[in-house]
Design a protein around this ligand. Structure first.
Ligand code: PXL
Length: 277
């Protein structure tokens, strides 16, 4: 791709270092023109802040899509994250179908759950709709909780390879060809990412840091998308994104007042450096 143009659809959490405030700078830093479609505007993200505002932008989507189609605007890749409503998922499917160039790469991060629970505001109907969206993607990036909701499987914190294989099989049955399965830990002190491409399994393992930060799923997915659209393989992109996310968590360590997100900005140069290799 000469000068790729990507669309990312996810919320603006005005404060909180997640979603669009992470995806836009990270993908832009990868040298890619990044267009945005906000799914909702929140005063903060929903994980830890109380009393946040939530402006649902679902009903703006059809007109925005229609304008783009009229203008002949089309994207080389479309990457979706946190979406604002169940109804919106149908509009997003329409956007995937009508605003992607030929061979448009479709990446869906089913950002809806973590640590065994759905995020506030999501319900079974949202999960059902998300299963359909995942089936239309070239790549999905679930964590274990999201994989369990998408496949009606019991959530476990202790597991072995057979549990992960079962989840991969069930996710494939939704129609997802390539699965980037994040936060998979087979050994104490280690974690990693499974890259499952057309039934082929590979695994990139790295140290698990003692601290964890909110928003690292969005950092990971954005870096993965940036590397993939820059022409790296899925495995290389998964590795680059994992190494970058580790750097972001390290940069945030020992900061009690920075519990709401990860300091991804000071280490952006490391991501850019990895892309040049
Ligand atoms: O990082 C995922 C995310 C995105 N957007 C909003 C969220 C969350 C996770 O809690 O609340 C609004």
């Amino acid at each position: 791709m000469a000068y790729p143009k990507i669309l990312t659809i996810q919320d603006i959490s005005c404060v909180g270092q997640c979603s669009l405030t992470v995806a836009l700078p990270i993908i832009s830093a990868c040298g890619i023109e990044t267009c945005v479609l906000p799914s909702a505007v929140l005063s903060t993200h929903t994980a830890g802040f109380k009393g946040y505002t939530f402006r649902d932008l679902t009903e703006d989507m059809p007109d925005i899509r229609a304008h783009w189609v009229k203008e002949g605007i089309a994207f080389d890749a479309i990457y979706t994250g946190y979406l604002g409503s169940t109804k919106q998922i149908a509009y997003v499917e329409d956007i995937l179908q009508t605003t992607g160039k030929e061979n448009c790469v479709k990446i869906v991060d089913p950002a809806m759950a973590d640590n065994g629970n759905l995020y506030p505001g999501f319900d079974a109907a949202f999960v059902e709709a998300m299963k359909g969206l995942c089936g239309k993607a070239d790549y999905i990036l679930p964590n274990i909780t999201e994989a369990c909701f998408l496949t009606d499987t019991e959530y476990k914190t202790e597991y072995d390879r057979s549990y992960i294989d079962l989840l991969l099989e069930k996710l494939s049955a939704l129609g997802c060809r390539n699965i980037i399965f994040t936060g998979i830990s087979y050994a104490p002190g280690k974690t990693g990412v499974v890259v499952y491409e057309n039934g082929r399994y590979s695994y990139y393992e790295h140290d698990k840091l003692p601290n964890s930060c909110h928003g690292t799923g969005d950092i990971y997915a954005s870096a993965f998308v940036g590397a993939l659209v820059r022409g790296k393989t899925a495995y290389e992109s998964a590795k680059i994104a994992a190494d970058y996310t580790v750097e972001c968590i390290k940069a945030t360590a020992q900061e009690e007042n920075h519990w709401y997100g990860a300091k991804f900005e000071p280490v952006l140069s490391k991501l850019i450096g990895a892309l040049e290799k």
